[in-house]
Structure formats: C-alpha cells, structure tokens
Design a protein around this ligand. Structure first.
Ligand code: SF4
Length: 615
C-alpha cells in the first residue's frame, strides 16, 4: 500500500485504497507522504482520530524516518478559546449554571498557559459544556483584523501554522466547510498542497451530502427569533415593531409544526405540499420571516449583532423560497417531522459531479482510504458516489487469522426479519451466547424501535436467569462514556444502533461477541435514498444490486470489523437474518465478510468459548 501511495503522490491522480483492520494503513500512507517532500493535508473522520494521528502516529513515523517535516493540527474555529469572547464572558455575571462559573476560571487559566488554545487539551471542562459557546468564536462574531487580541489569537495562530507546515491534519467537516466550500477564509490551504489523504474515507459520501445540501429548521428559526428579541431589548428597546415581528415568526413556527401532522419522520416535498394547511402555514411563515428581515434591516446599524440577525433572516427567507418552489430535478427536497419540531431539507441527487469537480480541477494527488470501501474488491459503488471514475483502486487484506480468531454464527429457525417477533427471537437466540461469553457483547440493531424492544426483553431475560451483566444502552449516556464504561466493566452488554458500528475500538476480551439483528439495508422510505434509487432505475441500472446490496454489505462489514481488533482478539459474530441463507444475494454478502469460520450450531459457539484463548 505504501508503494501504491508513493506512486500516486509522484504521478498525481487518485487512489482508492481499502486496507483491512490491522494492516497499518496509517503508516502506509504517512511514510510516503512524509518522504515525498511536498505539502500534505491529511483529513480524518473525527477530532479524536485527528488528535491521535497528530499526537501519536505522526511523531512516531517522523522520528523513525528521521525526516525534518513540520506538522500542524487544524480544527474548526469553535475548538479554540477566543480571547475576545472570553473577556466578554468574564465581564458578564449571569451564567446559566454553577459549573459554568467554575469552568470559566479553568478556561481563563488555560488560555493564559496553553500554546494552542485547543479545548481538547482541557480535559477538566466537558466538551459539551454550555460555557464553550460563550468563550469561542463563530465566523460571524469574530472581529478579525479589528480584534484587540488578534496578535495572540489561537484561531489565527493555528491557521498560520497550518499554512506554514509540511503536513496538516484536519477533519472531514473542516475539509468540506473550509477547504472545499471556502467558507472560512482558508482557501489558501488547498492550493498550496500537493497531496490530500482522506482517511476514514467511507464517511465522505454522507459528509459531502450534508455539506453540499441545505436545510431550514424550526430550531434555527427559533434561535434567530430569540437572538433578535434579546439584542432588540439591549440596543433597540424603543422600537416596538421588532419584538412584534419576532413574535410573529415564533407563532408561525408552531403553526407549521401543527400543520405538519402527527406522523413523525421524513416525507418527500411533493407529499407534504399536497396538504393545504401545511402550504398555508409555510406561506404564513414566509410572510412573517420577510417582515422580521425587514424590521431587522431597519435597525441593523444599531449593533453588529442586529445586523447579523438581519442577514440570517434574509438568508432564511431565500432558503425557504428555494425549498418551497425550487424545481431543479437534480435536487431532492423533503420534510422531516420530529416530536417538537420540523426540518426542511434539500440535497443534491448526486454529489458525484460536485465532488469530482473539486478533485479534477486540481493537479494534486488524492488518496482515499478506509477499512471498508469495497465489496469483494469491487469499488463501483464508492467510485460512482464520489464521481471518481478515473481512480486507481487497491485492496490490502487484514493480516489477522480470521479462521482461527473468529466464528460467524448464523442461528437457525429465526422468523422473518420484518416480522413482529423478530427482535424477541434475536434476544432469545443471543442469550445462551451471552452466557457462554460472560457478557462482553455488543448487540447492534438496525432500528431504534428494535433497540428499545430488545432492551426490555433482554433485561427481563437476564433477571430471570440471575445474570448480572450490566446493560449499557445507547442514549443513556454519551457514546464515549458508554464505551469507557464498557471497557472498564469487563462483562457488560452494550445495546446500540447503527451509529455504534463505526469507529469503535475495543481491543481484547472486553468485546467477544457482536450480535447484528438484521442486514443493514438503508430504509427505502428515506426520500433522498428513494430518489437516488429511482435515478439508478431510470439510468437502466438495478437499484437493489447496484446500490442497496453493496451498501448493506459494506455496512455489515463495518459492524463485523468491531470484533477483531488485534492479532490476539477472539470473538463470535452472530448475524440474525435468515435472508443470508434464504436469498440468492445472501452468499454475496457472506463472501464479502472477512474469512471467518461459519456455523449454524450453538454448540460450536459454546465450544469456541471453552477453548482457551491464546495469549
Ligand atoms: S480574532 Fe476573532 S477568534 Fe481571534 S480573539 Fe479576536 S474575536 Fe476571537
């Protein structure tokens, strides 16, 4: 893989590289990248992986190769303490909570001593603490060159360092927001570099869809009306039409929610607009927003904040009109109804053309890598999604001995996966396996409904059997909290949905079983997916074979990939979907999984756990 990466860096073009767990793919791209002598951007999926790469992997490879490259870490601006807003927060004496007062003191002393101002370095203050919003900047409220703290500003320093460094580590959100969409004045970074390496590249189609699309939500507009009212109270108390206009928007937001109906979930725009009361509510919202925008516009000179609110309102008016009346067939629009709110979304039917333009407009080399990009070595789906028609591809298999280290268990006699009894049957089939493994399991579900049901039945079954394995359930604590408790407890059972499938790394015995309830086909009632499938059919393709099947296959491979993380890990993957046996496509999915020993017999599973784990 390192040779293929080196070739791509030297010759230009694109390489899509699938590297199985344990291949050392990070080293395989870092070594040639550091030796190439050019400027390199490495982008990864999360801030945690970014920190890991910057603090652990990069120094290791750099020292081993003894190359004098300079490296920099760059995150979005909301990650850095802002001296200006910190000072304002200090002068303000009303804080939402007592911990905020304590946190503020810590942040102050951190800002005095820290080199980077990166909040990830301040473990004392939780990442989601409300105070962060007051002591960091946004693009809109940053004073830039006018700022009295410009010379010592952490954001500016991080950007300057990034421009000067040979290797810059960023994340995909920053990549799309700043580097591709040129949203934060970082446009200088990409043109300067020769190579872009995108790790965890399987996330790119979704991240790109998010960034290339647009949305307007009840939450956003509610925030806008609150900000407008508060700022109005501060600087335009004498101007009554402003709070009236804000109230007008707040009322229509509720009216839209009522008109959206009781059925939660997504519906295509055409369906939503068929209801006259919903159309009337949207019209009323448009009128109210327009009125707010013009009242704000009249008072905009009174403060930067009011002028910013005016701009937000004007943008919202335009976005709402685009959602309501836009007729570009290349854009898909839908309504998402949540218990207390609603969202209007618009996404490009395909991101391939937009993304490919970014890639082909430039002369640099692009490396896309992840453990899961292909189905049996076939990259068609991934290349089509991102428009990478000319990319070279390569697969490097995991060095793990799956036949010895892992067992794939497909229990017999399960009901149809869409039947009512299915979740209970999954729990019943998993129970003896959990007993044999002593807990230490992930149970992963394709829907939240199945997850809730399984939680109930499993808790009852464990109590009945007198088993005291702690149950950790997604949603009852943050993801990182749940994972660290899982590691420490040593006999826990974690119930999660698809979002748990990704990026989780639990090495060793703490995780010995992964149970997957159903093949993870994306729900076809999702309007964007439905439109994409219909598009494939119109083009003469087969939506199931060309999209749904490879996508589910890759997704299952990700779930399975949680199990064996090192050469000494052992474990059982249990997939409770009879379609793997009953349907002709089942074999294709099974063959795309790592080469584990397969069984349909519970006895084999019990025997597997009786064997002593080597090492
Ligand atoms: S320049 Fe912007 S980010 Fe930096 S300290 Fe000033 S306001 Fe904050």
């Amino acid at each position: 893989m390192a040779e293929a990466v080196a070739r791509t860096i030297a010759e230009g073009g694109q390489l899509v590289a699938e590297a199985g767990t344990g291949t050392g793919k990070t080293f395989a791209y870092l070594a040639p990248a550091l030796l190439s002598g050019g400027k390199v951007i490495v982008s990864t999926g999360t801030k945690t992986l970014q920190d890991q790469l910057f603090n652990r992997d990069l120094p290791l490879v750099r020292d081993a190769l003894k190359v004098p490259v300079t490296v920099a870490l760059l995150k979005g601006r909301s990650n850095y303490v802002c001296h200006y807003h910190l000072e304002r927060a200090r002068l303000q004496d009303s804080f939402a909570s007592r911990p905020d007062v304590r946190y503020l003191k810590r942040i102050e002393s951190f800002a005095r001593t820290s080199e980077s101002g990166d909040k990830a370095e301040l473990a004392d203050v939780p990442d989601n603490a409300g105070i962060w919003g007051q002591v960091t900047s946004t693009r809109e409220n940053c004073l830039g060159g006018e700022c009295p703290h410009y010379g010592e500003c952490f954001v500016m320093k991080a950007r300057k360092d990034a421009l000067a460094a040979d290797v810059v580590v960023i994340n995909h959100h920053l990549f799309f927001a700043d580097v591709v969409l040129k949203d934060e004045g970082l446009a200088d970074l990409l043109p300067k570099c020769n190579t872009v390496i995108l790790d965890e590249a399987h996330q790119l189609p979704d991240t790109a869809t998010l960034f290339f699309g647009e949305e307007i939500t009840a939450g956003q507009l509610g925030e806008l009306t609150r900000d407008a009212e508060l700022e109005g109270l501060k600087v335009a108390r004498d101007y009554a039409p402003l709070p009236d206009a804000a109230q007008g928007v707040a009322q229509t937001l509720r009216r839209v929610r009522l008109a959206a109906g009781e059925a939660l979930g997504k519906q295509p725009r055409a369906e939503a607009l068929r209801r006259p009361d919903f159309v009337a509510a949207l019209d009323a919202l448009a009128v109210a927003l327009d009125a707010l925008a013009s009242q704000l516009g009249r008072q905009a000179e009174r403060s930067d904040e009011l002028s910013h609110c005016a701009q937000r309102a004007t943008e919202a008016v335009a976005r709402l009109a685009r959602w309501r009346d836009g007729d570009d067939p290349e854009w898909i629009r839908w309504l998402d109804v949540t218990p207390h709110g609603w969202q209007l979304h618009a996404s490009p039917l395909s991101i391939a053309a937009i993304f490919a333009r970014q890639i082909t407009d430039s002369v640099r080399s692009w490396i896309f890598t992840s453990a899961t990009l292909a189905v049996n070595g076939d990259f068609t789906l991934y290349r089509r999604e991102l428009g990478l028609s000319d990319a070279a591809t390569g697969c490097w298999d995991s060095p793990f001995d799956y036949a010895r280290q892992a067992l794939l268990y497909l229990p017999r006699e399960l009901p149809q996966p869409n039947s009512f009894e299915h979740t209970d049957a999954v729990v019943a089939a998993a129970l003896p396996v959990l007993k044999a493994s002593g807990g230490r399991a992930f149970l992963l579900f394709t829907t939240l409904r199945a997850l809730a049901r399984a939680r109930e039945t499993l808790a009852a079954a464990l109590a009945r059997e007198g088993l005291d394995y702690p149950l950790l359930v997604q949603g009852e604590g943050s993801r990182s909290e749940l994972l660290s408790r899982f590691r420490v407890l040593g006999n826990a059972v974690l119930l999660g949905s698809q979002s748990f499938w990704e990026g989780v790394d639990v090495q060793g015995e703490a995780l010995s079983v992964v149970v997957i309830d159903k093949l993870p086909f994306a729900p076809p009632d999702d309007p964007l997916l439905a439109a994409r499938l219909a598009h494939i059919a119109r083009e003469g393709g087969n939506p199931f074979l060309d999209y749904q099947l490879p996508q589910a296959s890759i997704s299952l491979k990700q779930g399975a990939g949680r199990l064996i993380r090192s050469e000494t890990d052992r474990g059982v993957l249990m997939v409770c979907d009879r379609r793997l046996r009953d349907k002709p496509y089942g074999r294709r999915i099974l063959d795309a999984l790592p080469p584990m020993r397969r069984t349909r017999e519970l006895d084999d599973v019990l025997e597997f756990f009786r064997e002593r784990s080597p090492g």
